[in-house]
Design a protein around this ligand. Sequence first.
Ligand SMILES: CSC[C@@H](O)[C@@H](O)C(=O)COP(=O)(O)O
Length: 380
Amino acid sequence: MLLEANGSSAAGATAGGSLQSICYERGSLRLLDQQRKLPLETVYLDVKDSTDGWTAIRDMVVRGAPAIAIAAALSLAVEVCNHDFNGTSEDASSLLIKKLEYLVSSRPTAVNLSDAVEKLRSLVLKTVETATEAKTVFQAYIDAAETMLIDDVASNKAIGFHGAKHLRSNLEGLEKISVLTHCNTGSLATAGYGTALGVIRALQSEGFLEKAFCTETRPFNQGSRLTAFELVHDQIPATLIADSAVAALMKAGHVNAVIVGADRIAANGDTANKIGTYNVAIAAFHHGIQFYVAAPITSIDLSISSGEQIVIEERSAKELLHSDGGRGKQVAASGISVWNPAFDVTPARLITAIITEKGVIIKKASDEAFDIKGFIETAK
Ligand SMILES: CSC[C@@H](O)[C@@H](O)C(=O)COP(=O)(O)O
């Protein structure tokens, strides 16, 4: 069975189709190399097991909160699919759980990864209660990992639908709107279509989008390399700006709304996302521009009450000291010390609403925080 994440062929940028970062067929996983090759070349790397999966996530061959969760799950699915294993169901269960614990250590901030690992762990433990053979446990694991790939695209399309509908009604005086986004939240960051970029895709297909602005997103340049690539590929009217041009663009009156993704949303709505998101939110607040977070429910972490508790990944100094997010020549003075957090936390009070696949979470007029738990319980 060929599982296609978004209905396009498994060839990356296909004419008329969407981009595909995760190409999976039972027993085979290939990831589009987002670390070194894009936007100039679309090269896929073979992932044979969870060790390859862990390395691909840590090195940002695959990145974006939903994509890393799915890639991790599938890397282990491929590993167990391709190896003969003579143990019992208990042996299979402990092997899977050990490897899942290893995979979750690849990157700390995006909750989608630990959420996926927790769901798969529970599934394995439940299966082993009745199964005697290892292959039954492996089969249940593989089926569940594959379902995550399929479900993500449907979830993103629902986010796009709810987001476009909400923005159209909230900005109803305008014939068309221009939106700004930060980082990459598109097909490359998910199983397909995207979250914040999915809302932009939906606005475009409904004829309500004037233009999308994407930031470069230094230092790794997910905006200029990846979002720009997706926008050009999909022929969405778009302009690239430097991160430092955000406030000037808003002041000039060119932005009607900001839409970003999320790596982890606390129970009160505080949101960790790519470094620089907080700057964009402050600038939007200052200019009276609506600021939306678009993310699946799997990006919500109800176990933490606020963003204070979110662990922020710090990345290599090389990403700042060298051009091209660490891939090019040295551009900073030798000997300078570096602080390179990969994410920041935008406080809930700066966020207008959170767009999910179950609908849009809004605040009561006087509140600074969101009642996300209440929203999820009602949406069930
Ligand atoms: C749908 S992707 C949402 C977030 O993961 C995205 O905005 C982001 O911050 C990605 O960071 P990255 O470091 O590229 O994995």
